[in-house]
Write a protein that binds this ligand. Structure first.
Ligand SMILES: Nc1ncnc2c1ncn2[C@@H]1O[C@H](COP(=O)(O)OP(=O)(O)O)[C@@H](O)[C@H]1O
Ligand SMILES: [Mg+2]
Length: 477
């Protein structure tokens, strides 16, 4: 069908007041005037920073077929002749449309929450389910009060599998989101100290994540990480919420979807897993034990959602690490090359440890070093000095000899690293970038990891800018 939404269905779902000569339907839903495609409906919501009503004319210039605007803002939009649907509240209208999308589809719905690995797992599910049917999944980390309804509203009626990332910074945020998504399978990747500033302890974080169980459809499934210390708590919570089937994944002997073995390699690795009574050998397209752990959860979810496991394995074999989440580059310097692992998208203690493990398993060549380029983990509140200093242990265990640190919170780690570790410290990401550009040598492997707000992606950008990709032809060697 040509339309994502026909106009009658759209008007009915929004319970809005149409103005002007409406088109027969819209081809998509957008809340961003910069990247709206012609034929889409523009919902003028108030986003994180700006109010969409201020950008309605840009949306029109970029081809918006109709605007969804609020009654209160209508006078200010007087000059626009684009057809509109006027509603009391645009965000609520987006939620209503999302719920209508959920009501009209027969898709199997999977919801993913957790402290780390949501986006990675969501993208892995997209890859794994793709060969089994049409997949609709969240864009990027669209996991909040506007991202979730937007993703729902964009779901075509004929979708076979819907994959939704659901996030939170505070208790109470997941509950209304999962009520819209109503998953058949609700997965919690792991519970770890993230946004710890907003919570007293891990159990409080687990309790907030457990809200996801409240939205599971009758007869549905919860899928939990048996290796995580909050497993028992989450299992109880899922049962208390009335989830019909509670499943587990992990390396634990009692895990239903079980990671039997993982042999890492620089390019990915080989995972052995037990899923649905079968032992599977799964070649992984992206490296890292944490990716393999996610893969076991993904295979479990595919199994529970009725997808094809063989095809899912093929999907995992061809996956590429996401930008900022483990993507690798071979960059030319001095007649040779070094490896850059871009983990700059985000960081908390769990994903820092995963990145350190990636570095441990990577293979420098010649006289190359393993270099951890680490920046501040934000939102750690009063726990910050402790969690930063706490990275010394995994670094030493992994035998990382070179540690380049940037940002005020990383001073706590600098202060506890022993003399045997070649440590460089700079106040800012940009100062550290200057050092990195200069000090990196052929043969090195660098992992760049930090919270997003620290600007460590500029270190990655600077390296990519200065050093060209090592020729593909020679990479084959
Ligand atoms: N299971 C996991 N355990 C630890 N770290 C992980 C896991 N899965 C992914 N990561 C790492 O954590 C970081 C954030 O991953 P992402 O998938 O964006 O998480 P989220 O969407 O939950 O914020 C990335 O660097 C990623 O490589
Ligand atoms: Mg995310």
């Amino acid at each position: 069908m040509k339309w994502l939404w026909t106009t009658p269905d759209l008007v009915a779902a929004l319970n809005g007041r149409p103005i002007g000569n409406l088109p027969q339907g819209v081809t998509g839903i957008s809340i961003d005037s910069r990247n709206i495609a012609p034929g889409e409906a523009f919902f003028a919501i108030k986003g994180d920073r700006v109010d969409g009503h201020d950008f309605a004319s840009f949306a029109v210039a970029n081809g918006a077929a109709l605007l969804v605007v609020s009654e209160g803002k209508l006078p200010a939009l007087g000059r626009l002749v684009t057809p509109m649907i006027v509603v009391p509240d645009v965000l609520q209208a987006l939620v209503d449309l999302g719920c209508a999308a959920r009501d009209r589809t027969a898709a199997r719905i999977i919801a993913v929450t957790g402290s780390v690995g949501k986006t990675t797992t969501k993208e892995m599910l997209r890859q794994a389910l793709g060969p089994s049917g049409s997949v609709h999944a969240s864009v990027a980390s669209f996991n909040n009060h506007w991202g979730v309804p937007l993703t729902l509203a964009r779901m075509p009626e004929t979708t076979d599998y819907g994959v939704f990332e659901i996030g939170m910074n505070h208790p109470g945020e997941i509950r209304p989101l999962v009520a819209m998504v109503r998953p058949h399978v609700a997965m919690v990747t792991t519970i770890a100290p993230a946004h710890l500033g907003n919570f007293r302890d891990l159990e409080e974080i687990a309790a907030a994540k457990a809200e996801i169980f409240e939205g599971v459809v009758p007869g549905g499934h919860a899928l939990l990480n048996r290796d995580n210390e909050q497993f028992a708590f989450l299992e109880k919570a899922a049962e208390a919420a009335g989830v019909s089937h509670v499943h587990s994944f992990g390396a634990d002997a009692k895990a239903e979807f079980r990671l039997l073995d993982f042999i890492p390699s620089a390019e990915g690795g080989l995972l052995r897993a037990a899923v649905g009574g079968q032992t599977l050998e799964v070649p992984m397209g992206a490296p890292g034990r944490h990716i393999a752990e996610n893969a076991v959860a993904v295979l479990g979810a595919v199994h529970l959602a009725g997808g094809d496991i063989e095809k899912a394995m093929a999907g995992l074999a061809t996956m590429q690490a996401e930008k900022g989440r483990g993507r690798r580059y071979r960059l030319a310097k001095g007649g040779g090359w070094f490896t850059l692992i871009d983990e700059s998208y985000n960081a908390n203690p769990a994903s820092m440890r995963a990145a350190i493990a990636l570095l441990r398993d990577a293979e420098p060549h010649g006289r190359g070093r393993r270099i951890a380029v680490l920046g501040d983990m934000l939102e750690m509140g009063e726990h910050s000095p402790l969690v930063h200093a706490g990275l010394a242990e995994p670094l030493l265990e992994a035998g990382i000899g070179d540690v380049w640190l940037g940002g005020p919170d990383m001073a706590a780690l600098r202060d506890v690293l022993p003399e045997g570790v070649a440590t460089e410290y700079r106040d800012t990401a940009d100062a550290l970038a200057a050092h990195a550009l200069d000090a990196v040598q052929p043969g090195d492997v660098l992992v760049v990891k930090s919270s997003k707000g620290t600007g460590f992606s500029r270190i990655v950008a600077a390296l990519l800018d200065k050093y060209p990709t090592f020729p593909e032809r020679e990479r084959e060697l």
